[in-house]
Write a protein that binds this ligand. Structure first.
Ligand SMILES: *Cc1c(COP(=O)(O)O)cnc(C)c1O
Length: 366
């Protein structure tokens, strides 16, 4: 047996035990699926939990900071976790069309999974506030896109009314199957670490994801008799309805994925905060960009909304107990919003250079 393992290690077999089947197949005993559910999957989930040396050092005090890089899902955000469930169940129920309001990532995921499952995706987006990469995805994955002269909250109001009157499945995070699929990210963290972190730092828009993580931790840790994490939710200062406990009429932030003034999961989020003895705080756009750059310099490119979790962690540096284990959720991939990266970086970028060896050698300082 030992010898066999040695040979397997040499061949690299132990590091790649089995093809990852997607999160429904992997965690089906925890999910509301049956043998009859047609599983629509792009093998989502199983995203890396990356130890961040720069953040661990920055926080200090023997803290270890891990990043749950959910931007590595098939369409580049955690929304795929919820969408594989929502679309599979919509298909099981015989639906032929789905609809969502979206700041971008939900529309990308809905379009990809619906098209893959043979359902028609309709998406409503706020005109001018969807990042380029996300719009490109919705267009390519075959959605019918309706861009409204209004914000996300208005779009959601319309799709909720529409779906209650017509046979179109609503796949925003009010759809309970979305939360079920998304809770698997918490399972993966516990599977990777062998325990739950002391803190989970996460950005909040509609607050579906923080609700899903908490559900996942509760379910998974209870049967393992392990300690639950403290849930730390972060919003942008100009779009902080949960922090301020108000409705924000005109939310404003560089982090368009969390530009939401009236979160549908408000009551659930409040419960998460209370049960986990957690906290909701806001971070400025400047702090978000600062965190965005720190991450990129360690090779991890996330979108601005995701960096809110890290900005929030940094803000709480002096509150963190010695030897803490912290996970920051990076909800979306940096490639989603190339404009933001091009406008906010410290790179040296010289243009219109004469292409001669001599000239370029000189520029490099040799
Ligand atoms: C959707 C989204 C969020 C917010 O998640 P909620 O479940 O709405 O709180 C955060 N970051 C990114 C990248 C997202 O796409």
């Amino acid at each position: 047996m030992v010898l066999l393992n040695k040979i397997k290690n040499k061949l690299g077999i132990n590091y790649r035990k089995k093809r990852w089947p997607g999160l429904i197949e992997a965690y089906k005993q925890y999910l509301p699926v049956t043998k009859k559910t047609p599983i629509i999957s792009l093998n989502e989930g199983n995203t890396p939990l990356i130890l961040s040396d720069s953040l661990s050092n920055l926080i200090g005090n023997e803290t270890k900071v891990f990043l749950k890089y959910d931007g590595l899902n098939p369409t580049g955000s955690f929304k795929d976790r919820g969408m594989t469930m929502a679309i599979s169940k919509a298909k099981e129920e015989g639906r032929e069309a789905v609809i969502c309001a979206s700041t971008g990532n939900t529309s990308a995921a809905a379009a990809a999974y619906a098209s893959r499952g043979g359902l028609k995706p309709y998406v409503l987006i706020p005109e001018g506030f969807v990042a380029q990469g996300k719009l490109a995805q919705a267009l390519m994955y075959g959605a019918e896109i309706i861009s409204i002269n209004g914000n996300f909250d208005k779009a959601l109001e319309i799709v909720r009314d529409l779906s209650s009157e017509h046979p179109i499945e609503l796949v925003n995070s009010v759809n309970p199957y979305r939360i079920q699929g998304q809770k698997t990210a918490a399972f993966e963290i516990v599977d990777d670490l062998g325990y739950a972190p002391d803190w989970l730092c996460i950005p909040m828009g509609n607050a579906g994801n923080i609700t899903a993580y908490w559900l996942g931790f509760k379910e998974y840790l209870k049967i393992r008799n392990l300690k639950l994490p403290t849930m730390m939710g972060f919003q942008s200062e100009g779009s902080a309805p949960l922090v301020k406990n108000i409705i924000v009429k005109d939310p404003e932030t560089i982090a368009t994925a969390i530009r939401i003034g009236n979160p549908v999961n408000r009551e659930k989020a409040k419960k998460v905060k209370k049960e986990s003895k957690g906290d909701f705080q806001s971070v400025t756009d400047e702090e978000i960009i600062e965190a965005y750059k720190i991450l990129a310099k360690e090779g991890i490119f996330c979108e601005p909304a995701s960096a809110a979790s890290v900005a929030g962690l940094i803000k709480n540096k002096n509150r963190i107990q010695k030897g803490s284990r912290i996970v920051c959720v990076l909800t979306g991939n940096g490639l989603k919003d190339p404009d933001c990266a091009i406008k906010n970086n410290d790179a040296i970028f010289k243009k219109n250079i004469d292409p001669s060896l001599k000239n370029i050698t000189k520029i490099l300082g040799y």
